[in-house]
Ligand binder design. Structure first.
Ligand code: F6R
Length: 616
């Protein structure tokens, strides 16, 4: 939550800050602000409640001279409503010469605020963040050493924070601190950058350095120093960003979400690339980071939201192909119920951002209990990757729309690769079967492309149902998490009641919801195979039709039976049942996108949400 960006160098600070905030707006969009140090006028700040565009309009009315150092913030409110006053940056000190931005939650802010109030400090916001600005400014007024002042305050704060701080007396220094919230450095030529993630500066440099837990950064135009909160210096851990800057732009699409849905053949293809040979043999070099993988007795997949649904699909595949027991745990529930874990438990954490606080807390807990952690992550330099024993990157590229689409299908793809790889390692299935599965996986990017080429009817259906008050989703086996994902997309984007059910659960309660005209989207399994659940789902369709439901079926091309019972059938290419999870979610993403667009809603930035949930 909240995006932060910093720049020091000879370029246009305003361009870097506003461009960076634009690309970080997915992290929060209820207010935005920037501070720069003007060589003549000193510290200058502009901030406004509302989306970034409100700040841009305000800067047109009340312009700033460009400068060579500055910080910017886009907010997702935690303490205090989204108002101009609560927007960051927050200022402190005599003459308000210090500016500070914060991402996270300062848990002990009440006692610190009481201390400052007792000393006569006036507050101009209700935020927890403002205490940090006043504390650093007051410590600086005493010591006249900005770094010493900053470090002393950082050591007093509890909770989660990335802080960036500039002071008028230092025209070439940004100080930053990181605990439990993300921060990445961008290295330029005589210029340097800071951002919540690499998207903030990928347009300017691909050289990046990740910042570890409890570390302080001193960023100047020609140098970068990292030290711990206790003063020990830290070596820079540089990496090259493989994201293409243009992939973080809409590229002519009406929304990022529409573009990201269309990006899926590439996201899936890039995730498979180099990991499967043409004979269907899988090789995950990343497994080298995990000792004793063959001794693992069970796997716990942990994640939140959409990523947890990708984990549910991975569960079916790992159990079927590698014969290892798997459970999927929402990270926030898992962490706080004393789960039983030992050194033979493998944790598989899944996260697009790699910064979801609940997921990070879950892996930290599991590591303390001796478990090894493998992660599936989309963002280089993310905390999850730093803290995992091994990471499989989904190469989906930057996902800007708040509702996850291409990251989800890439996560499923990576989960299927993990399952297959474990199958090889454990010799859980005959080789021929494993290579056949690998060959099926190789077909996936092409099949995804075919689905994308046939979405017109689904788009129309989304628009036709734009007045629906509620939509239900049913599925079985891997279709069940897909049904839940379809419902989540609709809740997030269209703000209507939507629920996903396991179709087998219908008669245990949910069927009471069915009344005349109730739209139900059913993910129908392939009719092929002896153990196909197709006949059971067809029966479910008949049961809800008998009670007046309007049924839209997502079914395999050539499924004759479903057409007899459903009101509408959207066909997906015939594929292996496990891979059908990827294909069948695409029409559901499209349905939600179109329905929400028809209601005139902002599909990239739905209300109340932020893409990266970096607080608990
Ligand atoms: C929904 C969505 C969220 C995220 C969840 C986890 O569209 O995007 O449910 O999946 O917040 O985020 P990551 O994957 O970044 O850990």
């Amino acid at each position: 939550m909240c995006g932060i960006v910093g720049y020091v160098g000879p370029g246009s600070t305003l361009d870097v800050l506003l461009g960076g905030l634009k690309r970080l707006e997915y992290r929060g969009y209820d207010s935005a602000g920037i501070s720069v140090i003007d060589p003549d006028l000193g510290l200058q700040t502009r901030k406004r409640a509302g989306k970034l565009q409100v700040l841009v309009d305000y800067l047109n009315e009340s312009p700033l001279e460009d400068a060579h150092i500055g910080i910017g913030h886009t907010r997702w409110a935690t303490h205090g409503a989204p108002t101009d006053g609560n927007a960051h940056p927050h200022l402190g000190g005599d003459g308000l010469k210090l500016s500070l931005i914060h991402n996270g939650i300062i848990e002990n802010f009440s006692e610190l605020k009481a201390e400052l109030l007792a000393q006569g400090v006036n507050f101009s916001s209700e935020t927890d963040s403002e205490v940090a600005a006043h504390l650093v400014a007051r410590a600086y007024d005493e010591t006249k050493d900005l770094k010493a002042a900053f470090v002393s305050v950082v050591n007093r704060l509890h909770g989660a924070f990335t802080l960036l701080c500039i002071h008028e007396d230092y025209q070439d220094l940004i100080l930053a601190a990181r605990r439990n919230s993300p921060l990445v450095i961008g290295l330029g030529d005589n210029e340097n950058f800071l951002g919540s993630d690499v998207a903030a500066f990928v347009e300017h440099t691909k050289r990046a350095v990740s910042v570890g837990q409890d570390q302080i950064v001193e960023l100047r135009s020609d140098s970068v120093k990292i030290s711990t909160f206790h003063g020990e210096s830290v070596e820079l851990d540089e990496f090259t960003v493989d994201w293409d800057a243009t992939s973080a732009s809409k590229g002519g699409w009406p929304s990022f979400m529409a573009k990201e849905i269309a990006d899926q053949p590439q996201a899936v293809g890039d995730t498979l690339m180099g990991r499967l040979d043409s004979d269907g043999r899988v090789k995950l070099d990343e497994f080298a980071g995990l000792e004793k993988l063959s001794e693992v007795t069970r796997i716990i997949i942990t994640a939140c939201g959409t990523a947890a649904y990708a984990g549910e699909v991975a569960k079916y595949a790992i159990e079927k192909w590698a014969k290892i027991p798997v459970s999927v745990e929402l990270a926030h529930e898992f962490r706080y119920r004393d789960p039983v874990i030992d050194e033979n438990t493998l944790i598989l954490a899944i996260s697009q951002s790699g910064e979801t606080m609940d997921t990070l807390m879950a892996i930290r807990y599991a590591k303390e209990q001796g478990a090894k952690v493998l992660s599936i992550c989309n963002t280089q330099g993310a905390t999850l990757a730093r803290e995992s024993d091994a990471t499989i990157y989904t190469h989906a590229g930057p996902e800007v729309a708040v509702a996850s689409t291409k990251a989800f299908t890439a996560q499923i793809t990576a989960g299927l690769l993990v399952a297959l790889s474990l199958g090889w390692l454990r010799k859980a299935l005959p080789e021929a079967q494993l290579t056949d599965l690998g060959k099926e996986l190789l077909k996936l990017p092409r099949q995804v492309k075919n689905v994308l080429e046939s979405l017109d009817r689904m788009r129309n259906l989304g628009r036709e149902y734009s007045h629906a008050k509620s939509v239900l989703f049913l599925g079985r086996n891997v279709g069940y998490p897909i049904a839940m994902e379809g419902a989540l997309k609709l809740k997030e984007l269209a703000y209507i009641h939507a629920e996903g059910f396991a179709a087998g659960e219908l008669k245990h309660g949910p069927i009471a919801l069915i009344e005349a005209g109730q739209p139900v989207i059913v993910v129908v399994p392939s009719p092929k195979g002896e153990d196909s659940l197709h006949p059971k789902v067809i029966s479910n369709i008949q049961e809800i039709k008998a009670r007046g439901a309007k049924v839209i079926a997502i079914a395999e091309a050539g499924d004759q039976l479903v057409a007899q019972f459903a009101d509408e059938v959207f066909s997906i290419p015939a594929s292996h049942p496990m891979m059908a999870a990827v294909l069948s979610v695409i029409p559901l993403q499209t349905f939600a996108l179109e329905l929400a667009s028809a209601k005139g809603l902002d599909v990239d930035q739905p209300r109340n949400l932020a893409k990266s949930v970096t607080v608990e």
